[in-house]
Ligand binder design. Structure first.
Ligand SMILES: C[S@@+](CC[C@H](N)C(=O)[O-])C[C@H]1O[C@@H](n2cnc3c(N)ncnc32)[C@H](O)[C@@H]1O
Length: 244
């Protein structure tokens, strides 16, 4: 039977950012946190930046069919075995962290820590380059049964952010490709000449960079592993709309 770490303290859970997909961007701190954990859990994609599966660990894969249940089950088992867990997340765990609130609830009896990672957001902003403090980040994870409410809210916020002079950093989602974002923004009155950049497969060998206008973007297709920047160097809005 697996006994895990023997200590009377609370078992540990580390939510670890492993960077955008290549081993070049996995930090030593993330590797150490993985090394210090007994069990490692994540989607197949989350293991990719490590190059190979870590030796001597119990490896647990999440899949579309069981990604929530497997976390709950693993938490219960790890608590009884007093095993420490590493939960891998691509990029940084706090950028578009699907399920962070669930993890906090499920692991409330654990000692939880977050190990930041290099995000696809940072790599993409660096290509423009734009300061992250002049950007607003948008992500569209389709929420089950919300009838598109989240998408409508995020779209309203995008227009609001552009009106206030921010650049947009938009993670691609099932219902929100760069092309759909561009069409929506033009429809909402944003100048179709507004410059954009799309980084596809950030930080990976197949990385591509596309610079074009919003108008051109409405005709281009990108992989889901892409990030769009709408560059607001010259405000597309009337000055009055930009007052704070
Ligand atoms: C769930 S979010 C995860 C973001 C991640 N936490 C980060 O900091 O980059 C997934 C979105 O990130 C972007 N992304 C780009 N490359 C990615 C990669 N290799 N793995 C996961 N997400 C990627 C895409 O826009 C994708 O839809």
């Amino acid at each position: 039977m697996y006994c895990g770490s023997s200590t009377l303290s609370k078992p540990k859970v580390s939510i670890i950012g492993v960077g955008p997909g290549s081993s070049d961007w996995v930090s030593p701190a993330s590797l150490t946190a993985i090394e210090q954990s007994d069990w490692i859990i994540g989607w197949e994609l989350d293991f990719k930046p490590l190059g190979k599966l870590p030796d001597g660990k119990r490896i647990i894969f999440q899949t579309c069919a069981d990604y929530k249940q497997i976390i709950e089950k693993t938490a219960l088992e790890a608590f009884s075995a007093h095993a420490s867990i590493a939960i891998l997340k691509t990029g940084d765990p706090l950028i578009a962290p699907a399920g962070l609130e669930d993890l906090k609830r499920i692991f409330n009896k654990f000692d939880m820590r977050i190990i930041p990672g290099i995000s696809t957001i940072q790599l993409t902003a660096a290509k423009v380059p734009v300061s992250l403090s002049d950007c607003q980040i948008f992500t569209y994870h389709p929420l089950p049964h919300d009838g598109g409410r989240d998408l409508r809210l995020k779209r309203k916020r995008m227009v609001f952010a552009l009106e206030r002079g921010f650049n947009l950093l938009v993670l691609t989602g099932v219902r929100q490709s760069p092309k759909q974002t561009a069409s929506f923004l033009i429809h909402a009155g944003i100048d179709n000449r507004t410059p954009c950049l799309v980084c596809q497969n950030p930080g990976q060998l197949q990385e591509t960079i596309t610079r074009c206008s919003l108008e051109k973007l409405t005709n281009l297709n990108f992989d889901w592993q892409s990030v769009l920047v709408v560059i607001n160097g010259k405000s597309p809005f009337k000055a009055s709309a930009c007052n704070p």
